[in-house]
Design a protein around this ligand. Structure first.
Ligand code: GLY
Length: 250
């Protein structure tokens, strides 16, 4: 069970972040509202939510997931793959150090937390445009010292591994086509191509947060009897962000 979430509010220059989505410019007021509702959803899941103020030097800073990988044993501060995002990790490291022992990924290794998919005590490390082999190797060594296993998986069609596949407990994975044959031991819920965005869901304690507006995925998940919380994510989607991107859970 998670007890805490770290989140960071989007700043007024949120639209200046990196994106490939081609869905138009996000509106700041709308993003701020959606972020508040996201925090409310996390509280409903029983979490104490630590809310950080925006840092205008880092328009992508609300996507805190990319800056750390937190386990029961420690917090591994990443080395974000895009140079414009490197500075985001300092404040996160400072906050997490109040709770966890800190370790760091070092250059030339790069890791974005969005590429790290944990299933029980195994970590899948997506090799993407943001996460390289050197970073994956460093992370594997740290995780192994803490008693976890890991393996790598190529990421081709999406930004991060978790853009296209997330673990939602009970042996269930929700995935886009690229990843639907990669995880043989699991029950795969395949999202329809026109609902690919909904492969990024967030299972928190006994609740499943899903993005609003994806009826076919919702129908597939409903059959599995989750406590579903739908969250409007339109403005974060415009900046290539999903539900997992907006928080660090521990
Ligand atoms: N906008 C999130 C990212 O590209 O890292």
């Amino acid at each position: 069970m998670y007890t805490h979430a770290i989140v960071k509010k989007p700043g007024i220059n949120f639209a200046k972040g990196i994106t490939t989505a081609n869905l138009g410019k996000p509106k700041y007021e709308k993003a701020a509202l959606q972020h508040r509702l996201y925090c409310e959803a996390l509280k409903k899941c029983g979490l104490k939510v630590i809310v950080l103020e925006p840092d205008l030097r880092h328009p992508d800073g609300c996507f805190v997931e990319d800056t750390a990988i937190i386990t029961e044993k420690s917090a591994i501060i990443t080395q974000p793959g895009d140079l414009s995002r490197r500075g985001e990790k300092e404040e996160i490291a400072e906050i997490i150090s109040n709770y966890k022992k800190i370790r760091c990924i070092k250059s030339p290794g790069t890791i974005d937390g969005g590429d790290i998919l944990r299933i029980n005590n195994h970590f899948y490390i997506g090799l993407s445009k943001r996460t390289n082999k050197a970073g994956a190797k460093q992370l594997a060594i740290i995780l192994s010292k803490d008693g976890y296993t890991s393996s790598t998986i190529p990421v081709k069609s999406v930004l991060h591994l978790k853009t296209g596949v997330t673990y939602i407990s009970n042996n269930n994975l929700i995935a886009i086509k690229e990843f639907s044959n990669r995880f043989k031991l699991f029950n795969i819920i395949k999202v329809d191509e026109d609902e690919n965005y909904s492969a990024n869901c967030l299972f928190v304690n006994n609740f499943l947060m899903v993005p609003k507006g994806f009826p076919k995925t919702k129908q597939k998940i409903s059959e599995l009897r989750y406590n579903i919380i739908e969250v409007e994510m339109s403005e974060f989607r415009k900046m290539d962000g999903g539900l997992t991107c907006l928080s660090l859970l521990f």
